[in-house]
Design a protein around this ligand. Structure first.
Ligand code: ARG
Length: 265
């Protein structure tokens, strides 16, 4: 009994200690003293390896290509970054309600999104891919006729699937919030195919022999850019660093690290 109390008390002290650190940091960021760094809140959807994900074998932290880019840019500009994980479909609202300062989530700058948020220059590009199981391969859009097809809610792959459907390919489109859930549904045979980005599909194809992927032909590239609340001053600041990273080889270094290839755009 005594021992338990001791643990509780020691625990309490530790929590108090942490809280003290937390609040002094906050104070520092609110205080406009010369060298106090400001913290920017980054919104993301950490279901998207290798852009942003949690590798549970390594720990609880969100890691990935986008995280490296965010840290590099913030570092150059003298900010700290705090990451907020949420569903991809909630990111635009989080920006317009200013709950986050920017979004890095492999997000494509579409005309529709541009009505509500601003985008940086594109930092990496990708294409759409149909992923299906090797014993029921679907390689062309026509193969999706009559199929159950999964896409991420609020993604441009959802738009793409709707477009295909409107063009006459009769498929049932199912939307889910998280990419690993889509993969699970596909592997278990509940879906016939999913449409995701080739850069993300690649990793899943490597670790799942029972899956196969084929790029959707004739589609415009799906580039990724940083998103900001409308008229944010950060857009210009970030663009300058993105340009610098493309020039000084840092972007290629991160691409090589996370995608194992070194082509920009
Ligand atoms: N590039 C696609 C889009 O902008 C998908 C991005 C999904 N990102 C994520 N972190 N799940 O719609």
């Amino acid at each position: 009994m005594k021992k338990n109390w001791l643990i509780v008390i020691v625990g309490l002290f530790m929590v108090m200690g942490l809280a003290a650190c937390g609040s002094s940091n906050e104070d520092a960021s609110q205080d406009d003293g010369a060298n106090s760094e400001k913290t920017l809140v980054m919104g993301t959807s950490a279901d998207y390896p290798p852009f942003e994900y949690i590798d549970s074998a390594q720990g609880e932290e969100i890691i990935g290509f986008d995280v490296d880019i965010a840290n590099y840019i913030a570092d150059e500009l003298g900010y700290n970054v705090e990451i907020k994980d949420m569903d991809f479909s909630g990111l635009i609202t989080a920006l317009s309600s200013e709950r986050v300062d920017f979004v890095l989530a492999g997000m494509t700058p579409t005309e529709e999104r541009k009505e509500n948020v601003d985008f940086s220059d594109i930092y990496y590009s990708a294409n759409h891919m149909i992923v299906s199981s090797t014993d029921n391969e679907m390689v062309k859009p026509e193969d999706l006729d009559g199929a159950k097809v999964g896409v991420q809610l609020g993604s441009i792959q959802e738009d793409k699937a709707n477009e295909l459907k409107e063009s006459g390919i009769e498929m049932e489109i199912i939307t889910l919030n998280r990419i690993p859930e889509l993969i699970q549904e596909l592997k278990s045979g509940r879906y016939d195919a999913i449409i995701i980005e080739d850069t993300v599909a690649k990793g899943y194809l490597e670790s799942n022999d029972d899956l196969t992927g084929e790029n959707l032909p004739n589609t415009e590239e799906a580039g990724s850019a940083v998103a900001f609340p409308k008229d944010s001053e950060l857009t210009k600041e970030f663009n300058e660093v993105i340009k610098k990273m493309k020039d000084n080889g840092k972007m290629d270094e991160f691409i090589e690290k996370w995608f194992g290839q070194d082509t920009v755009e």
